[in-house]
Design a protein around this ligand. Structure first.
Ligand SMILES: [Zn+2]
Length: 382
């Protein structure tokens, strides 16, 4: 139930966003943290009623014998860790994720209410990639004495973002490449590489790792184990129940993983093509598949150049591929054009960035969506 103070905070926040004061994000956070403290002080009770969106099992406490122990509050940024936490946690965990259903994940900005739910939870879980650079500012600004924080990119082996043949880089990358090309026009390759490195260093850029770690079931298992360990550390007395559910869930992930490997082994093809962004590096790397796509994983580009579309059409024809892929919640124009030109079937491979409202209400899970992906891959590789 939003209070007047909440609504004012929200309005203030939107205003600031509209003004695009992203450089002053830390100042904004400081202001928000103060507002939260004031709002809580003003409310008196300070229980932030229903702070988190999409919470499940909110009446979990009081079930079974552990009447006095409230459910652990777990807040995640995106869907996969949210689902893992609720699978492992059962009624002992009240999981919620910040991203509302159906919302594009890459432009996400936390609301004051989100910051409050992070500050008040027992365990905050985030991925830690490019789309979540806001998290480190938030963590620096909030008072997180009682909140355990888990960054899942620390739990897996990371792969760098990759531009494969025929793919359109994002505009800023394109500018970098153009600058490097210009440098190499009148210098040796080594000089151009160091020019590019200097340029990146000057901009304070680090190596860009692909953030879509959850698309590989091998990684999902590592993420599940990390979440399980964090829950056990928070509630040692309930560890055996968490561990039991973790084992059962890991067995289901093993079955999924085996089915994916069997699908690839049984298929006659080893290449998939996306008329879309490509957030599946970890999955294709694990399965030994090669791929072509219009854009890299988190690209905001949606309109491809004619040459990009022509390249993908040629690939589908040359390899006689039966399927052209797109991802969920995406513009279908490019993939549709390729399907029409080649006769390939247009299919969805779900990257689990977020779920639609209808997927949420039908009870979709990481496993149910990944099993749909197994079926789609089978059709594409046969
Ligand atoms: Zn992404």
């Amino acid at each position: 139930m939003p209070t007047m103070a909440d609504m004012k905070m929200k309005t203030d926040f939107r205003l600031v966003v509209v003004m695009k004061m992203r450089a002053n994000f830390k100042l904004l956070l400081l202001a928000l943290t103060l507002s939260i403290a004031l709002a809580l002080g003003g409310c008196g009770a300070g229980n932030g009623a229903g702070a988190a969106s999409g919470s499940s099992g909110s009446n979990a406490s009081g079930s079974s014998g552990a009447a006095a122990t409230p459910a652990l509050k777990v807040v995640t940024t995106v869907f996969a860790p949210y689902d893992f936490a609720r699978q492992i946690g059962g009624a002992q965990v009240e999981a919620s994720m910040l991203l509302p259903p159906g919302v594009e994940s890459h432009g996400f900005e936390p609301t004051p209410r989100d910051l409050l739910s992070i500050q008040e939870c027992d365990l905050f879980i985030y991925i830690g990639g490019e789309s979540e650079t806001w998290v480190s500012d938030v963590l620096d600004s909030l008072d997180l004495q009682k909140t355990r924080v888990l960054q899942l990119m620390d739990s897996v082996s990371l792969l760098e973002e990759e531009i494969v043949e025929g793919m359109e880089p994002e505009e800023e990358e394109e500018a970098d490449h153009a600058a490097a090309d210009a440098a190499s026009a009148d210098a040796s390759g080594a000089a151009s590489a160091s020019a590019e490195a200097d340029e990146h260093a000057a901009e304070g850029e680090e190596v860009a790792y692909d953030e879509h770690i959850w698309t590989s079931p091998e990684n999902a298992k590592k993420m599940v184990k990390a979440i399980s360990e964090a829950l056990c550390a928070l509630r040692p007395a309930e560890a055996s129940q968490f561990q039991e559910r973790t084992q059962a869930y890991l067995t289901q992930l093993d079955e999924l993983d085996a089915a994916l490997h069997e699908t690839v082994a049984a298929g006659v093809r080893k290449t998939i093509v996306f008329g879309d962004r490509f957030p599946f590096r970890y999955l294709t790397d694990e399965l030994g598949l090669s791929y072509y796509a219009a854009f890299p994983g988190c690209s905001s580009e949606t309109e491809a150049k004619p040459a990009t579309v022509a390249f993908l059409i040629d690939k589908v024809k040359a390899e006689r591929l039966p399927v052209i892929f797109k991802i969920e919640m995406s513009n279908t124009d490019i993939a549709q054009t390729i399907a029409e030109e080649t006769g390939a079937a247009l299919r969805n491979l779900h990257s689990l960035h977020n779920l639609s409202e209808s997927e949420v209400s039908s009870g979709a899970t990481y496993l149910s969506i990944m099993w749909d992906n197994v079926a789609a891959l089978k059709e594409a590789l046969d």
